[in-house]
Unconditional design. Structure first.
Length: 491
């Protein structure tokens, strides 16, 4: 009998092993293992599913049966939704709903659908927290409010921002004074906070100690002193965004600068109430951060009797500073500048009072204009006030323009109120649209050569100097006329 010799068939053929060289095989095997391990771990991180609260009322976040699908959302990148109206197998909300976190949880996104709902949603602490926001990868995590319902959504449990959080506040129908998103819990962590959308959001009650940068891109964010972010790297209000401060006090938004842009909301329900910063009426507020006017910026303070917003830090940047927003009424308060400021875009007073206070306080390096507020709203006033003790409020090379207005011959609109001892030098002065000659100007209570109670109040004066080079040019002309050949003229 003839024996079959298996030895004659290659081992790789019998077991279907690729026949590439061992070195290459080892390298490819290592790569394959690395890819497999990475896929295993990344798959675990990204395999979170979107889950929807499936009760009409409240309950415990930690109960799997309260969610659809039936598992507790608690992972990096977890996505949860709270609906007001019925969707699929999830019932419509029938009452105010409080969901207790009941232990530390992590999510990547939360969506509140307020369609047709008049009821509120609250994510509360229950037996413990915090609620950590952490999206897969570098984020950002998100909180979204949407729909046309009037209900409010509140997160009162302590929060941690592992990633920066973007709040897309798109619901503009919420009837609560806090708007459709109210973050009353404390917030810590390294992430920042960005506010988008035309809806209203509120930082309420709990201390906000997160260290990332807040950015306001859309509509209004309300904040009390207790809830103002205090440890941020910077704070930026972009064109279209607005900070509404709702309590008096001295604010320090972390150690970085307060970067300002624009005139406040341009769409949605807050567009009729302009101002990049527009506090509640009648408050007394100081902001101590250095301010950068990244572009032209409007500040507005309501409350002619007591309302004041003081910028205690230096103001720099290329933007123009406008005090008082249009439209406005007659109840406009004061914007106060108390530091040496270097912004270069100029200064405009459209309504209320722009007050310069403190020895080193200045109005930047460019022209200063005070318009007539009465033209925009009957009986309203716009004025520049330079307090006693200010050494040089207006740059010597600047033009001061005062419109005057309202009652003729009375300093009640479009004027400058100059404190005792003020003698501020300017390069040019325009009163009621007419350029003035060099000299001193003030009210009839001052010692000025040219006096007008239409454009000035107080005892201080404005000194208009001759245009630079005028005297030298006159002397040159005279010298040449007399044939002084040794006299040289400079251009």
């Amino acid at each position: 009998m003839k024996k079959t010799l298996y030895r004659s068939a290659p081992l790789s053929a019998r077991f279907a092993i690729p026949s590439f060289p061992f070195r290459r095989s080892r390298r490819h095997l290592g790569s394959a293992l690395a890819v497999s391990v990475a896929a295993l771990f990344l798959g675990g991180a990204t395999s979170t599913q979107a889950q929807t609260w499936n009760l009409a009322g409240g309950g415990s976040w930690a109960t799997a049966a309260n969610w659809n699908p039936a598992s507790v959302p608690n992972a990096v990148g977890a996505s949860v939704t709270f609906n007001g109206a019925a969707t699929g197998s999830n019932p419509a909300q029938t009452a105010n709903r409080s969901v207790n976190l009941d232990g530390a949880k992590t999510v990547g996104s939360i969506t509140f659908n307020n369609d047709l709902s008049t009821f509120t949603d609250t994510i509360a602490t229950g037996t413990g927290g915090p609620l950590t926001f952490d999206e897969v990868g570098s984020g950002p995590a998100t909180i979204t409010t949407q729909g046309t319902g009037t209900g409010n959504n509140t997160i009162s449990v302590a929060m941690t921002f592992n990633d920066s959080v973007v709040a897309n506040v798109n619901n503009t129908s919420a009837s609560s004074a806090a708007g459709s998103l109210n973050l009353t819990g404390t917030i810590g962590g390294a992430g920042g906070f960005t506010k988008n959308g035309d809806g209203l959001a509120t930082f309420g009650t709990g201390a906000k100690t997160y260290t990332g940068a807040p950015v306001l891109n859309g509509a209004r964010l309300r904040s009390s002193l207790a809830a103002a972010p205090t440890a941020t790297s910077s704070f930026t209000i972009n064109a279209g965004g607005q900070l509404d401060i709702i309590s008096s006090g001295t604010f320090s938004f972390g150690s970085g600068s307060l970067n300002l842009n624009g005139a406040g909301p341009t769409s949605g329900p807050f567009a009729p109430f302009p101002g990049a910063i527009r506090p509640d009426t009648g408050l007394i507020i100081t902001i101590n951060n250095a301010v950068v006017l990244q572009s032209d910026t409007v500040l507005h303070m309501q409350g002619s009797a007591t309302g004041s917003l003081t910028l205690g830090g230096s103001v720099s940047g290329p933007g123009k500073l406008t005090a008082g927003a249009i439209p406005h009424d007659a109840n406009v308060g004061a914007i106060v500048l108390s530091a040496a400021n270097s912004y270069t875009g100029g200064t405009v007073v459209d309504a209320g009072t722009l007050d310069v206070s403190g020895a080193s306080a200045t109005l930047g390096t460019a022209d200063v204009t005070v318009h007539s507020a009465n033209l925009a709203f009957g009986g309203s006033s716009a004025k520049l006030r330079i307090e006693s003790g200010v050494l040089n409020a207006i740059a010597d090379t600047a033009t001061l323009s005062l419109a005057g207005g309202n009652a003729a011959g009375v300093a009640d609109d479009g004027y400058a109120d100059l404190g005792a001892g003020i003698n501020d030098t300017v390069a040019a002065l325009i009163l009621g649209g007419v350029a003035q000659a060099p000299g001193t100007y003030g009210s009839t209570s001052s010692g000025a050569t040219f006096q007008s109670d239409e454009f000035f109040a107080g005892t201080g004066i404005i000194t208009v100097v001759p245009e630079p080079g005028t005297a030298a040019m006159l002397l040159c002309a005279l010298g040449m006329g007399f044939g002084w050949r040794r006299f040289r003229c400079r251009s």
